[in-house]
Design a binder for this molecule. Sequence first.
Ligand code: ADP
Ligand code: MG
Length: 657
Amino acid sequence: MAAMYQVITPQKPAAILKGVGPKVAEKLSSIGIETVNDVLFHLPANYENLSVMNLADAENNDKVTVMGTVMTEPAVAYFRGGKNRLTVFMEIDGIYVKVTFFNQPYLKDKLIVGEEARLSGKYLKHKLEINGQRLIYEAGGGFRVTYPMGKVMHSKTFNKIVAEVFGGFSFNYDLPETVKAKYRLLSVREALRLIHFPKSPADIKEGRRTIKFYELFMFQLRLMEKRQKERVRNERYIIDYDIDELKAFIDTLPFGLTGDQKKCTNEICRDLKQNVSMHRLLQGDVGSGKTIVAGIAAYAVKTIGEQTAVMVPTEVLANQHYQSFTDTFEDRLTIAKLTGTTTRKEKMEIVSRLESGEIDLIVGTHALIEDDVLFNRLSLIITDEQHRFGVNQRKRLNDKAHRKNVLYMTATPIPRTLSITTFGDMDVSIIREMPKGRKPVETYWRRYDEVDEVMASIASEVRKGHSAYIVAPLIEESETLDLKNVQEIYHMFLDCFGEEQVELVHGRMKPAEKNEGMGRFERLEKPVLVSTTVIEVGINVPNATYMVIFNAERFGLSTLHQLRGRVGRSDMQSYCALISDPKTENAKQRIDIMTSTTDGFELSEQDLEMRGPGDYFGVRQSGLPEFKVADLAEDYRILEHARLSAIELSGEMREDA
Ligand code: ADP
Ligand code: MG
């Protein structure tokens, strides 16, 4: 059969098609259509079903295509500005309806009393009216397709050009047979044909399903190619760590690793042992235990006498990590800390110990990327909250490596669909399971007039010796207003708890003041902290069991989740109260989601669904790929299948994420 067709390669210029002369080619080119493939993938934006339906079956506001008899002489009314409306009464499927057409006065001559007419429009069932869109003269059923053509040419004309491709050519590309069979997909050719020339709604749906798959499949293949390129293969990347020593260290930990921690540790250690550079993202919710996984990797590197650097975005986090690593390793590793507040003298000393190789593990902020910070043998670079650093900052640190093994960590759970796409060039390890004994934070929603009840339960927690965070929203543009807001709330708590129990911290304070206030809360001198979202990152007070978020509707899901992550950090039951009178459906939905789950990944997926992938990371900058038909938020399943197929095809056996 193929012999009857001329085989096209998709890169051939559109001009080889009949009906595309130099003039038309130029017009097409002006809207980005250069090749035959561009023609094929310029898909209809809209379909109008030309098959006549029974008006009695239509619902209010349905778009309908119907046929009926003209009952009255059409009347045209003219308005100011040249606008006009034609009104005619018709009997359609036994229903007497008023049909109107805006700005199509010439239809008057086509609508003849006693004769039949076919038309499409919007049915206002309650008023027995149809807002006519157009009269239909085409014979038969099927669909009228509309292409996004600007003013370049008529959709009908373009559709004819598309028809040329299907009339005379066969395709030299398709999805692999095995993939088509497995997922019951059409050939790409047939799918495109159905999308351009559908006979039924099912045609459109089936065609689109195949093309979605095809787009995502090709995309995955390209990503894999890119990843292969970025993973440098060289014997020198083999870190032949001492497995016995590593196991002995893991045995000293006061707890057993969770299944997910073990899995991630294995993935990282396998990377280290391989002859390729590591380029891996470790994802896990706040409190899921990423730090120890990173620590184990650092220990592995140390068993061959090499160094690890851990870079974090803030001083607070640097202190925390430093403390936690020191507690964990005691004297097994030599650990140092370098931040913006390190004195010049201390820094010089640290740098010389780094250069001599005495320091095994250094924790620091941006201070680590400065040019005068040099290492002996830096073989593992760990970046926490990686999204808070710019590409160049990360690169500057990475460039100091003796062997470039990079582990990025993030506590922002990223929906799997997005992680496959935005981080497609990285391997991904996920800790989803929380350490045993953690109690999910009990979350509930209260309206403003129910605040008293919340105050009472906070008071009862405070009596037990626990602490509470009270968060008031801060929105940059209206700092004065927010300040008032925080202060109001502060006074409310003062009235209830008294000065000796309540601390206030907000963004307008001097850093020193802020630190003092925060310090009193951290040392448990004051159990109630009223603040703006300055507490979002880093603070760790395991004694805190209560989180109250005022105006909860003003926060996005991921911020709410981060804030809630400040409590539930011990074996005590913790609580989160969302105070809100949500005004919009969307706000209400967010609050409902928060009260229904504490799983960050589930939250992020629902967030993605609500916001769409474009919005999710703050539009475009993330470099999300654009697809013609596929939708990352919606086509999760297809992406998954396309990815597996691509992995199978490329023979890549790596099992990640
Ligand atoms: P994060 O993923 O937010 O960085 P951390 O690594 O700080 O989480 O871990 C949070 C707390 O849980 C720490 O106090 C840590 O010691 C503890 N932890 C980590 N892993 C386990 C485990 N498997 N069992 C019990 N506690 C654990
Ligand atoms: Mg952490």
